[in-house]
Write a protein that binds this ligand. Structure first.
Ligand code: 3EB
Length: 326
């Protein structure tokens, strides 16, 4: 059966060396954040795995990859896929850092022939600490800077990519992205208010991301699911109860997948257990065992789940899950 041009697998250090010239990206999870000094395809993200096992993602393309760097942006591409990343070590003013990262990244994508962002990941330090801007935390400041850059670039709500935004324990902002030449389709979650329509209670500028992006390649469809939290409507549910939050998230993922199936009945995707990859972020390491048990109870043994230590963007949220169907 033909497969989409990108396959993602979890791996350990010794697997990575074998990937060869089809390696589009290597995302390593650990205790630092930033690009690899030598290989523009490799980045480190400061969300350490909570269990022994794989500590990185390998993104494998269907043809030879060209890696390069330009204007402080590391990238790698084939004829139909572009991976980019930008790293800003100084996040003193989080709104300014987000604005700069997005302005530069969006300009790069526009000029490169890959304007269609499918998926963006954002990781930075001290997510919930006070921002320079009075009354805002650093996640809210990040949202404001990102919003301004996306607005200035003319991106409308209906074209926003799926995203993740997670707090690390290490300095610096890294934003990395996957883009195509032609856009995917945005999918919103019937259980959740679209993030770009959140009321201003959650911050002066709404978070600019979609719940999922579905990309139809000639060789099949691929679904990129945003970080999904225990939010129904726009409210956080189950404050203080990490297991109830994990359950709510799996219901949210189920609802999103149901929406995808309504629109694309041919996809062999019936629930979260059919996803090719799940990334589970847990705020408190002490909750990791219980969350893992709960995920297993709900979706069964799954070969491609990784549990990572990270902060979630509202104080009461203790866990978040993102997914990929390839
Ligand atoms: C939420 O649904 C939870 O700001 O890019 C999830 C995924 C969340 C992405 C982002 C935020 C972001 O609002 C938080």
């Amino acid at each position: 059966m033909p497969r989409p041009p990108l396959q993602v697998q979890l791996a350990s250090a010794h697997d990575a060396a074998d990937a060869g010239d089809r390696l589009l990206a290597e995302i390593r999870f650990g205790h630092k954040t930033g690009p690899d000094r030598d290989d523009p395809r490799c980045i480190d993200v400061g969300v350490p795995p909570l269990f022994d096992g794989p500590d990185r993602e390998l993104w494998l393309a269907d043809s030879a990859v060209t890696p390069d760097r330009r204007d402080g942006i590391g990238f790698a591409h084939t004829d139909n896929l572009l991976f980019t990343h930008i790293h800003l070590p100084d996040t003193t003013d989080m709104a300014a850092a987000a604005r700069e990262a997005y302005e530069r990244l969006l300009a790069f994508h526009r000029d490169s022939g890959f304007p269609a962002l499918l998926r963006i990941w954002n990781y930075f330090d001290r997510l919930l600490e006070p921002a320079r801007q009075p009354g805002l935390d650093r996640y809210q400041a990040f949202c404001a800077g990102r919003h301004e850059a996306l607005e200035a670039a003319g991106l409308e709500a209906a074209t926003l990519p799926a995203a993740t935004a997670i707090g690390t324990g290490t300095a610096g902002l890294i934003v990395y992205a996957l883009a195509a030449r032609e856009p995917g389709v945005q999918i919103e979650n019937p259980r959740q208010v679209s993030a770009y329509h959140y009321p201003p209670d959650y911050g002066p500028k709404s978070p600019t991301f979609s719940r999922a992006t579905l990309k139809q390649w000639t060789a099949g469809a691929q679904l990129f699911i945003s970080g999904t939290a225990s939010i129904v409507g726009h409210a956080s549910l189950h404050e203080g109860d990490v297991l109830a939050q994990a359950n709510e998230i799996l219901d949210n993922l189920g609802a999103l997948i149901g929406r995808v199936r309504e629109q694309h009945p041919s996809l062999e995707l019936n629930g979260p257990h059919d996803l090719s990859l799940l990334k589970v972020y847990v705020k408190r390491a002490a909750d990791a065992d219980a969350v893992r048990e709960q995920v297993r109870t709900r979706i069964g043994a799954h070969p491609n789940v990784v549990f990572l230590r990270g902060d979630i963007c509202r104080r009461e949220l203790l866990t978040e899950i993102e997914g990929l169907y390839a």
